[in-house]
Design a protein. Sequence first.
Length: 942
Amino acid sequence: MQTCPVTSSHRSHSLPDPLNAWHTQSIEESLTQLDSNPQTGLNSEQVQERSQYYGLNELEETAGRSSWVILLDQFTNIMLIMLIVVAIISGVIDLIDWRQGGLEAGQVPFKDTIAILLIVILNGVLGYLQESRAEKALAALKNLASPKVRVLREGRPMEVDSKQLVPGDIMLLEAGVQVSADGRLIEESNLQIRESALTGEANAVNKEAALTLAEDTPLGDRINLVFQGTEVVQGRGTVLVAATGMKTELGRIAEMLQGVESEPTPLQQRMTQLGNVLVSGSLILVVLVVVGGLIQSGGDLGVLQQLVEVSLSMAVAVVPEGLPAVITVTLALGTQRMVRRHALIRKLPAVETLGSVTTICSDKTGTLTQNKMVVQWVITPQHTFQVTGEGYAPNGEFLIAETAVSTQEYPELQVLLQGCALCNDAILQYEQDDWLILGDPTEGALITLAGKGGVDKEPLRRQFPRVGEIPFSSERKRMSVICQGSNGSAGTNDGQGTYLMFTKGSPELILERCHSLQAGDRTEVLTDEQRTDILRHNNQMAGAGLRVLGFAYKPLDAAPDDRVEKSETTEQELVWLGLVGMLDAPRPEVMDAVRRCRNAGIRPVMITGDHQLTARAIAHALGIADQHDRVLTGQELQKLGQSDLDKQVKEVSVYARVSPEHKLRIVQGLQRQGEFVAMTGDGVNDAPALKQADIGIAMGITGTDVSKEASDMVLLDDNFATIVAATEEGRTVYDNIRRFIRYILGSNIGEVLTIAAAPIMGLQDVPLSPLQILWMNLVTDGLPALALAVEPAEPDVMKRPPFSPRESIFARGLGAYMVRIGIIFAIVTIILMALAYDYYPLHWKTMVFTTLCLAQMGHAIAVRSNTRLTVEINPFSNPYLIWAVTVTTILQLALVYVPFLQNFFGTEPLTLTELLICLGFSTSLFIWVELEKLFIRWYKNR
Ligand code: ATP
């Protein structure tokens, strides 16, 4: 073995530079250079050395926006710009005051300006922290979604994190995989790779391992190499990893990096618009007040200062400074809660729109079922075998009429079992006292079945090496392998043929391609009665919910090499071997999830590649459809025009034997009917349907990288129940957003009206300074709003129909509520202001300020539920709100009673009586909201 120094300062000469022109080298040369072995892969020592030498297989993030740019960006927010202008104007006014009369003892000069600027900076820094935090959270999510790669190490296949790949690794590729490193192909079968991420070429490229190319071959034509970031569309291949991390072609153009996208959600966009409207509105208000005031006073410039102060306060009051931060936090917390429930959000808008889903289209295998297959029946042309045993352990018996038999005595069964083992890409492993499957569970169950019958896959594969294959795809619904045979071997007892092809797949399709059947050790012509019989057995098993595969074989004289026509000509005139029926039990938790879906007005729909009877049986067991409900098959769907399909999608809840392109048509049909569709997918060809769906959902365990890339959300546990859980979280997030918008904007309206009322009532001063307003908007409104953002779901959250994703955020009475509460808020405060102005002339402003703040505390408590009275809600179900209300009240009292803060915020210490009066007035808002709930309840029950 070559040795290599492990420090980067002391560069090894024995390990090659990853930037070599690998396409010019033969397979053997590349293997020698990288000191690797295609049969065993690297050993753990080599892997360790190399990972230290070459580093992790990671793309360094492109520089992106620097921290400074992110920070400066915060100050381009129109609301903050307006606050800065307010600070400057307020500073100018202070300066004039100071010049004219000097400062009163103890007064802080320019305090409004300083405070506003401080708050602007604080808001900017908070925004910056949130944005960086959000980016970090998304990066962490990206890590969670980091793909796994199948490699050969220590002589056996295993799955490793793509980060752990090193040059020299033997990487195994199959359809749907995103290639995780650059490498030299060693062997391939029908391998097609889409390299658009790298070359821009949309069509997939056919790869060939055997070629050696000229040095100047352009990247797109290097068909003996594979590149990181590209996608395997079809076929299979074995690759010698040559370059990793930043040394790959993708690494060299790192801006191509695709990651978790962080686009603004529709809500965030609407909020930005709202911000613009509010700012422009407040500017118009300022102009109106100043011009109107000047005209009223006959152009007396003496009143100008007061008018400007009133306008500034109104301008500050109308803008909900705390809102953007609260929204960002809510969405971020929403994604975290969803991850805890195994749903990984890839595109932020999904958090908010998940709650609007009206139809969930789900795959069957693995999502509604457990994907733990166990073969229960094998039906050959002459016998019906029941198979015992559990899980993937290859221990069990074959029974005929409940009596155990030896598989050796049934030649056609022997051939079928060999087909199970050879026409198979999965690997059965014994690890930590358990039998585990690497690869497709369907194929895993077949290896187990072969094992139970005494047929061991590995020795058999050495005896009959694979020389060709036509891979499985959801469209073809079958796969074939061609193995080199020897005379006298299984299936060639009559000595004909030196090659053997085994085909397995959807029984109807396989049977169509058979012209004879295997009876004992002879082949016979397949009669129509026998075909009917086989299909009857198939339907019996499928009707019982079993997944059924058909098996056939064919002796060949030569291995076919024509790629394109291979399947059409070769998979014909086959010899029928038998049916294999396996149980894939429904997931127990799905039944409840389906019920919850229905209660929530969401229609679950099953879309499967499996047989219609299997689909119906499982759908019935889960409550998705009735026993007699219509099942639409891919074939029938194919014949439907758009308008017919549109009619059908409204009623059909089970689709069977469909191909990925049918899924796309189903989503489009549902969307044309106004449905908001969530759709699951796992295969490489599911990507268009996932993109088309309103919420595209990929499978975290069995899903291909390509499907994950196209999705909005990834199910970490592949479980249907997780979609329902995520939907519930989505609804809760949306409810909470509406809840704190009601809370915050209602208060803003109240403030503006109160300030505007002061000059109308002839009061000599502005009741609230800009600084006090900022305090209210950011702290006394902000803290409780944050607590409202984590309010637990209302009990009826999954008992009501979904809301339209296109509805305005102010829909269903929210806008009216805000205005109503704003007016009530203002009326209460104005009455208090009028009283206090007359009876407590020294403290009236502080009383207004305090009442507004305390009233908002009552409002925060009352707004927790739209329907339930506060006494009906457990106060401890949201402990954050208790904290927020307590802390905010203490802070507010500190502002009134701590001398330094009094000075700064311009407050006066209230007497106990004054404080109690404020408290009394503020509770009226709470009482009002509670009475509203009672009224609505009475109105509904009338
Ligand atoms: P779902 O779409 O719900 O996940 P599915 O797994 O049955 O269901 P596909 O994977 O598209 O859907 O499979 C379609 C059909 O192809 C299966 O019903 C089966 O008959 C056949 N099939 C599945 N896996 C294989 C395989 N590994 N080899 C050969 N045929 C297969």
